[in-house]
Design a binder for this molecule. Structure first.
Ligand code: NAG
Length: 269
């Protein structure tokens, strides 16, 4: 007989997957509360063989957010599809891609993710840990065609954002040390070198270049594994993975745009 030693009040199960052969793909839907109080469905897919996770959700204003963690390349990609304001001459939607280094404590491994099941799928989740907001200067543009070297996922995820793929110099330095081709990166103008460059928020001419800001909040990310203790028949203690810990994390991305038109959400209110 098989029994999972599940302590009371554990909501998350890491189940051994009988009937799951490699590649092991999984799809988990989790209800989460957004910053504005609304509830949305987060869709988390894991591929343990290709070793990546995607987490997607729609914000209240219709913006569609994708977070892809590529463990093979230690790269994370955020893509946002922002609905345009047609009456202001914008296209149907605007896509942005932000690429930075993936650290080991940001999200659980794809192999654990693919085994994660929830006990009560109708419960609205709230993260157990708040990890605050990172402000990141995305001061480098990434060439879409060459970006495949950085992560093969860029071709799928950032296809709509070809002209708006950003990263930062700090990460580029590390990638160059790893032998990534430097010609895919282009350092963008910065306020330090171009004093006429201001935040788009305070710029009042639609055609002027400026520094745009985008706030991205991830309300619920399975960020680490929980371990439970077990005593076997001989009395020996052992620990095993029995669940996850969830985190909330936000980012403020600052990036160069050639005209304020491309940053209409960022306005003084
Ligand atoms: C990106 O790289 C491709 C392939 O080398 C090149 O043809 C293209 O002009 C580059 N794009 C930009 C915006 O530099």
């Amino acid at each position: 007989m098989f029994s999972l030693a599940v302590p009371r009040n554990v909501l998350w199960l890491l189940v051994p997957l009988f009937g799951c052969w490699l590649p092991c793909l999984s799809d988990l839907k989790v209800l989460v509360r957004l910053e504005d109080g609304q509830v949305t469905e987060e869709n988390i897919q894991a591929d343990s063989e290709k070793d990546y996770i995607t987490l997607e959700f729609k914000k209240t204003d219709g913006t569609f957010v994708t977070y892809l963690a590529d463990f093979k390349q230690d790269v994370k990609i955020f893509r946002v599809l922002i609905l345009g304001e047609l009456e202001r001459g914008q296209s149907q939607f605007q896509a942005l891609c932000f690429i930075t280094r993936l650290h080991s404590n940001e999200i659980i491994p794809s192999e654990s993710m693919s085994k994660l099941r929830q006990k009560n799928p109708h419960a609205v989740r709230q993260a157990e840990e708040t990890r605050g907001t990172d402000t990141i200067q995305m001061d480098v543009a990434v060439n879409f065609t060459k970006g495949v070297q950085l992560s093969p996922h860029i071709h799928n995820i950032c296809a709509e954002a070809k002209e708006a793929i950003y990263t930062r110099q700090e990460d580029v330095r590390l990638w160059l040390e790893r032998g990534i081709d430097a010609s895919m990166f282009e350092v963008l103008p910065q306020p330090s070198s171009l004093p006429s460059l201001h935040p788009c928020k305070v710029c009042n001419q639609d055609w002027k270049p400026c520094i745009c800001s985008y706030h991205l909040g991830l309300e619920w990310v399975p960020c680490s594994l929980k371990y439970c203790k077990n005593r076997d028949s001989s009395g020996k203690m052992s620990s095993y993975r029995c669940g996850i810990r969830s985190c909330q994390k936000a980012y403020n991305f600052h990036f160069y745009v050639t005209q304020k038109q491309l940053c209409l959400w960022d306005e003084e209110t």
